[in-house]
Design a protein around this ligand. Structure first.
Ligand code: SF4
Length: 304
């Protein structure tokens, strides 16, 4: 991909399903993204799934901006408030190399959707020196046409399916079409990567992880998602990662029913359903929220 191709794709921008049409050469889109990648932190992250973080950590790059507007986002400082530093695609490639040199098991691109063209240029510049898997870690609001651009560079998709209900996705993330988009994206990802593959130490080399965080007052929707992915994808074609860590961050207080943590009963109902359906993967303990899940966004690793 050349710079001219980026210009074509982002002005007007149609990279994500919003297709907001912003001219990102001169302004920012609905997601908050402009021309160059904006990065808030790059470090060895120990709190992803064990097959991603391993013993040395996942080389994680947090991109600023997001095409979803989740009212409970734990990373709102970067997703909604766009904290971060603008860097060139070349500098982004250098970050990947530094993380590799620090011992990262993989390069973990967190919320990469709106920077797909710039990430491709960065990866092109360093791919001959990067011998670790590339993880595309997304909220699931990705159009298949854009995923096709980057798919050859990606080894592992770590994608959310947050909602089955369009009422919930509209209310909490301002994306009425979320389920249709995220389910089509997951189908594409699984078709491209096939069943999960691991190395001898249990680290994931390729495949798909579907994440779902159970929301308060929404366990029926969680169960509907499990039914859907079971009927569409079966059990062995991806790993399921159920998450219990919901904490009422950001604007959660605007919705009384989600302005609390989930109960043990709510979470156990969803875990039980996943077990009944025979899913393999991770069922996070229902523990108190850990601060490590929410990193300090302090630009560390972006420049040095
Ligand atoms: S990636 Fe951002 S700028 Fe581009 S269409 Fe989506 S919301 Fe708009």
């Amino acid at each position: 991909m050349e710079t001219a191709d980026i210009d074509f794709l982002i002005s007007p921008c149609r990279i994500c399903p919003r297709k907001c049409g912003a001219d990102r050469q001169s302004s920012v889109g609905f997601c908050g993204a402009g021309k160059n990648p904006r990065v808030a932190k790059a470090y060895l992250h120990m709190w992803e799934e064990p097959c991603i973080s391993g013993t040395r950590g996942s080389g994680t790059v947090f991109f600023s901006g997001c095409s979803l507007k989740c009212c409970y986002c734990q990373n709102y400082k970067i997703s909604a408030e766009s904290f971060g530093a603008d860097i060139s695609p070349k500098a982004l490639g250098d970050i990947f190399l530094r993380l590799r040199d620090k011992g990262a098991h993989n390069i973990n691109l967190v919320t990469p959707t709106h920077y797909i063209p710039q990430i491709i240029i960065a990866l092109d510049s360093v791919k001959h020196r990067l011998d670790i898997p590339i993880v595309y870690n997304t909220g699931g609001y990705d159009s298949v046409s854009s995923l096709k651009l980057i798919d050859d560079y990606i080894d592992i998709y770590l994608t959310d399916i947050k909602y089955r209900s369009s009422v919930l996705s509209k209310k909490y993330s301002d994306a009425e079409d979320y389920f249709d988009v995220a389910s089509a994206a997951a189908e594409f990802m699984i078709s491209q990567k096939g069943k999960p593959v691991f190395d001898e130490s249990g680290l994931m080399k390729s495949g798909v992880i579907i994440r779902h965080m159970v929301l308060p007052s929404c366990r029926r929707d969680s169960e509907d998602i499990l039914d859907y992915i079971h009927s569409e994808f079966g059990c062995g074609s991806f790993l399921l990662s159920l998450m219990s860590q919901y904490t009422p961050f950001y604007r959660s207080s605007e919705h009384k029913e989600i302005n609390r943590r989930i109960s043990t009963y709510e979470y156990e109902c969803v875990v039980e359903k996943a077990r009944e359906l025979g899913f393999e993967g991770y069922m996070q303990e229902r523990s108190s929220a850990k601060e490590e899940y929410t990193p300090d966004f302090d630009l560390s690793g972006v420049f040095e």
